[in-house]
Structures are given as structure tokens and as C-alpha cells.
Write a protein that binds this ligand. Structure first.
Ligand code: S2G
Ligand code: ZN
Length: 468
């Protein structure tokens, strides 16, 4: 494992000189807070937290780190689910939270330039006030930051129709590990000049450069939305319906699946409508567009698809309040699971046609090891969050069984052409699974890229690869 020098009092004084007294935190409450994100069961404290306010300050911090060999771990809102923002080798936690301005909104070209620390929900609301739409909608939208979304290529329910964060990034401003500021991409809809550094940095989990600002694409806000809740009497039926919806051209903006156990857990946090409580599985769809009649026709088409599998009493919500109540069911599942049990989440993604088999496999790997599996997630993307619950197991058995169950599940997922993370990233907690989906030759290219950007290995060390 790589070793780094400790943060000396000279380096700390240098940091204070660059960022001012309030720009560097070393008290133990702060170090504790910046040592965790939302990943289960991990905690790594930094030696200090740096809070720059400008790109120049980010560059200066990285220059100092490069000179002294101190590792730097960039951090957004701390809502990550693979430990990407955790300083596993100590050193500096570099939080972008104070770079949170909207630099400009270009309503002629439908673009916005924002700084990395802007809360994603604030970005979404700012453009919606102007009748515009930035579709990516991670579950944590009210606390995650756009820079973190870019680092992880975050997604959410609407990536089903609109793609993940990367589909909306036209250009970036970023700082390389030696402190050099680079700009990639630009304000054009097309751009094939040279290597696509923008898209290389998106999803690179803060291991290649620190993103400080992004130029994002916008579209017009769809005028109408419909929410459909479809209770199935079998989980297999619900899972099979998903691929058929797309073949039939229903084109949902979101298509989420949750199994009975997820509904059962979330019922302690929000009301489940009578017609849905006994479902073995629930599909929740959002349809959007500018023609309300066309939306109703697509809703009818969705019902026809369901009826090819079984008779389903679909709830169609047209009012915003009714829609919200239905979406709350889905949005609160993660919290409900967390409140119920210690758990480990496998962020599986498979071709849609494998969804039914995925749920079967998740149940088997769990029950073989006295665990419970709760499956829910973005079925339209083939992306299910398989939550393995500890229940009553003692610590040692839990760890052993959890790891074995997860490994068997990911082996199977890779075998059917799926992947080991759909939207939460490899980060720290999924590193050992990357080789299941990236062959040795691809891993070698990835390592070469890391070395080209960060020859000294000081930027977010310990992530993505097992041996750095
Ligand atoms: C979702 C969050 C999962 C979690 O879709 O709700 O991506 O474990 C998630 O917090
Ligand atoms: Zn999710």
C-alpha cells in the first residue's frame, strides 16, 4: 500500500496562509464529519479539511500538496455510496462546498455554467424557474453537489429517458494534481476535437483531476407529467413488464421497481395506498411530454403491456400532489432500510431482460447465507439496488456472509453482461469487483491514464484500483 508523509505543521501553516483561518478545519468534530459519507460501515478521517472558495485556491492547495506529497481527497456533498470522498490515507479532504455559484445561465444557447459545490437541487430549481430542465435527479438531490455528481456520473430515476449526468456535461474546468487549471469541451453542441477529456473526467471519481466548474446542457421543461403505479401479484411479472414497456414504445421518463419487502419497510415512513399494499412488486412510472393526450395514450399502452402478463389495476396520478405521494414511497425506501437494519448495498445493473433472473439470484445468494435481500431501484435502466440485510447475525458472521453473497451475486451479474455498479461508483467499497467487468488489458489502460494525470498518486489514492 502507498505510504504518504504526515501533514506537517509547516504545510498546515501554508494551507492557512492560502485559505485563511476559516478555510482550514482541524477540530475533531469536523474531521469526524468529513471522514464519512453515506456508505455503510466506513470511516476514514482526514488530517485537515481545506475549504477553498475559488478555482485559484483549489489550484494553490493542489500545488502545495504536490510539493509536500500530501494526499488530497476531493469532496462534494458527502452523499456518496461507495466511499469515493473518504480520505482513506488521511491527508487533506478538499471540500468544494464554497465554490457554489451559478456563473451564468445562457437562455439563448440553453446552457448553464455552475461551480462544483452547487447543490444539485438548487441548480434544478434555478433553471425550472425559467421553464428549463436539468434532468439528472439523484435521490440525494437536496444535499449532493453537482461536482460530486460529475465525479461519480450520478443518476436517478429519470436517467431512464434522459441518461446519466454525463449526457448533460458539455465542458469542464478542472485542476490537475500538480495544480494546473485545465478547461475541456466547450459551449458547442458538437465537439470532436481531440480526445474527449470532458467525458474521461466524468465518472473518474476524483482520481484524475478536481472538477471546479461545469458547463451543462439544458432543455425545455416538459409541460405535462403522469405517474403510474402498477401493483403486480408476482415479482416475475413486474420484472418482465419492464423490457416490454420499451419495446412497445411507452418511453417512460422513469421506470422504478420495488418488491413487497421494500414496500413493507417503507410503510413505516409513508402511507401506501390501499390498492398497492398487497402487491408482490410495484412498478412506478413517470411519463412526460408536451402533449397531455399523447401521455394518456402512452399510459393506456403501458396498461396493455401489463395485461399481457397479468391483470393489473393501474393507478394513474395526474395531480402533482398525488404524484408526490406516490414518489415518496420510492424515495423513502433507502431511509427505511437504513432504519431497519445494518445492510450492504450491491448496485447491480443488468440488461433489462435479465431483471427477473437478477431478483431470483439476489434472493438465493442471500437466503443461502441467512441474509435477507431487498431489491428496488431503477428497473428501466436494469439497475437494481440489492440491499443485503444483516438481521440478527453476529458481526463476524455478517461480514463473512455479506462478502460471500455479494461476490457470488456480482459474479453472476458480470456473467450475464451486467456491471458491478450502475450509478454509485467503484470508489473504495467496490474496488475488488472492478476486475470482474474490466479485463486485464482495460485495467492496464485505466492505470496508464491514472499515471498520466497523477504520476505521484496523490489525488484520491486508494480508489478504483485495489493496489494503489
Ligand atoms: C436510490 C440511494 C440508495 C441508498 O435510488 O434511492 O440511489 O442506499 C439510491 O441510499
Ligand atoms: Zn438509485
Amino acid at each position: 500500500m502507498t505510504r504518504f508523509p504526515p501533514l506537517s505543521s509547516e504545510t498546515l501553516a501554508g494551507l492557512r496562509h492560502l485559505l485563511g483561518e476559516t478555510g482550514v478545519l482541524t477540530d475533531s468534530v469536523s474531521l469526524g464529519a468529513y471522514g464519512v459519507d453515506e456508505t455503510e460501515e466506513v470511516d476514514f478521517r482526514p488530517a485537515a479539511v481545506a475549504l477553498p472558495e475559488t478555482t485559484e485556491q483549489v489550484a494553490a492547495v493542489l500545488q502545495l500538496a504536490a510539493q509536500t506529497g500530501i494526499p488530497v481527497t476531493p469532496r462534494g456533498g458527502g452523499t456518496g455510496l461507495s466511499g469515493g470522498a473518504l480520505p482513506v490515507f488521511g491527508g487533506l479532504s478538499l471540500s468544494l462546498e464554497r465554490l457554489n455559484r451559478i456563473r451564468f445561465l445562457d437562455q439563448t444557447n440553453l446552457m448553464i455554467e455552475v461551480e462544483a459545490g452547487l447543490i444539485t437541487g438548487d441548480l434544478k430549481r434555478a433553471v425550472e424557474e425559467k421553464g428549463l430542465f436539468y434532468p439528472p435527479d439523484p435521490a440525494s438531490h437536496d444535499s449532493c453537489q453537482i461536482g460530486g455528481n460529475i465525479a461519480e456520473d450520478a443518476a436517478g430515476p429519470r436517467s431512464c429517458k434522459y441518461g446519466t449526468t454525463r449526457n448533460w456535461v458539455l465542458g469542464l474546468e478542472a485542476v490537475l494534481p500538480d495544480g494546473t487549471v485545465i478547461r475541456t469541451g466547450g459551449a458547442t453542441r458538437k465537439n470532436v476535437a481531440g480526445y474527449n477529456l470532458t467525458q474521461l473526467l466524468v465518472g473518474s471519481e476524483g482520481t484524475l483531476a478536481v472538477v471546479t466548474a461545469a458547463l451543462l446542457k439544458l432543455i425545455n421543461l416538459p409541460r405535462f407529467r403522469l405517474t403510474l403505479a402498477a401493483p403486480f401479484s408476482t415479482l416475475q411479472g413486474a420484472a418482465q413488464a419492464v423490457s416490454r414497456l420499451f419495446v412497445a414504445g411507452v418511453d417512460p421518463a422513469s421506470c422504478e421497481l420495488m418488491e413487497a419487502r421494500a414496500l413493507d419497510l417503507v410503510s413505516s415512513l409513508t402511507a401506501i395506498p390501499e390498492q398497492l399494499v398487497d402487491a408482490a412488486a410495484l412498478l412506478l412510472l413517470e411519463l412526460d411530454g408536451d402533449d397531455d393526450q399523447a401521455l394518456l395514450e402512452r399510459a393506456a399502452r403501458a396498461s396493455e403491456v401489463f395485461d399481457t402478463l397479468e391483470e393489473v389495476e393501474v393507478i394513474v396520478a395526474q395531480e402533482a400532489g398525488d404524484q408526490r405521494r406516490l414518489w415518496e414511497i420510492r424515495e423513502k425506501i433507502a431511509i427505511a432500510v437504513r432504519e431497519y437494519s445494518v445492510y450492504k448495498e450491491a448496485d447491480t445493473v443488468v440488461p433489462r431482460s435479465e431483471l427477473a433472473n437478477l431478483v431470483e439470484k439476489a434472493r438465493q445468494v442471500a437466503s443461502d447465507r441467512q441474509l435477507e435481500a431487498v431489491c428496488y431501484g431503477h428497473a428501466g435502466d436494469g439497475n437494481l439496488h440489492v440491499n443485503l440485510l444483516r438481521g440478527d447475525l453476529d458481526e463476524a458472521t455478517w461480514k463473512e456472509n455479506r462478502d460471500a453473497a455479494e461476490a457470488e451475486l456480482f459474479d453472476w451479474v458480470a456473467g450475464v453482461g451486467g456491471s458491478v455498479t450502475g450509478e454509485h461508483g467503484i470508489g473504495w467499497s467496490q474496488r475488488r469487483y472492478l476486475p470482474l467487468v474490466a479485463q486485464p488489458a482495460a485495467m492496464k489502460v485505466m492505470r496508464g491514464l491514472k499515471a498520466a494525470f497523477d504520476p505521484r498518486g496523490i489525488l484520491n489514492p486508494g480508489k478504483i484500483f485495489t493496489d494503489r
